[in-house]
Design a binder for this molecule. Structure first.
Ligand code: ADE
Length: 230
């Protein structure tokens, strides 16, 4: 299988470079990908940079030129729920934009880009396999909606405003819905695994700086272990 792993930040990528044997670096469109063969899999590791456009650009570059069977989006996220804590793993069952409002442009809900779905569901067989693997390995995780926007959420007020629109969302980050949008147009399955680095509140900037590397490693170890089973 050809598998893409897209990561926004270098701090969240370090573990992969230690764990896999680098074979080649390849510039594909806008992004330099690291290429590994691991078991029967071909792995493309791409550092997208932060935010919706960076994520979309990285994934579009890859999917437009290379036949990919499965995409992982990973890295960190802020928590939106009390029972989702720093270092917890969240497997997205869907992504939505929290910073899109075209409600007055037609029959659209908050978060919905015109002529796009309100949320991007990630139901696919590979996600099921990944979730079964987590259960088998007794790796704790929560599963649910993750919301995306071009804002680092670092005030209680913004966190509450997002929760008012998306009361069930478990986490917030800056790339997931954009990746899910691109993946859906290319019809390639996506798994989103985020590790919580902060609570998206008034302490978020401090917590993020302190924990991003550690939780990025937690997410990377989890995906690497899954890929090791092949
Ligand atoms: N990624 C990690 N923490 C985040 C936050 N608080 N807001 C947006 N993206 C994040």
């Amino acid at each position: 299988m050809k598998i893409a792993i897209i990561i926004p930040m270098a701090e969240e990528r370090e573990y992969y470079l230690e764990h896999f044997q680098l074979e080649a670096k390849e510039r594909i469109g806008a992004v330099e990908f690291e290429h590994f063969t691991h078991g029967s899999n071909d792995i493309y590791l791409g550092l997208s940079g932060i935010g919706k456009v960076q994520a979309a650009m990285a994934l579009t570059s890859l999917l437009a030129t290379t036949k990919i069977d499965l995409i992982f989006l990973t890295g960190s996220a802020g928590s939106l729920q009390e029972n989702v804590r720093v270092n917890d793993l969240v497997v997205a069952d869907a992504f939505a934009y929290h910073d899109v409002n075209a409600v007055n442009a037609g029959p659209y809900v908050i978060g919905q880009i015109p002529q796009e779905p309100a949320i991007y569901s990630l139901a696919n067989d590979y996600r099921e396999q990944f979730v079964s693997f987590l259960h088998d390995e007794q790796i704790a995780f929560q599963s649910g909606l993750i919301v995306t926007g071009d804002t680092f959420v670092s005030t209680n007020a913004l966190k509450e405003a997002i929760k008012a629109n998306f009361p069930t969302a478990l986490g917030v980050e800056m790339e997931g819905a954009a990746m899910a949008q691109v993946a859906s147009h290319f019809a390639v399955p996506l798994i989103g695994l985020r590790a919580i680095s902060d609570n998206g509140d008034d302490n978020a900037d401090f917590d993020f700086d302190q924990f991003v590397r550690r939780v990025g490693k937690t997410a990377a170890q989890t995906i690497s272990k899954f890929l090791d089973t092949d």
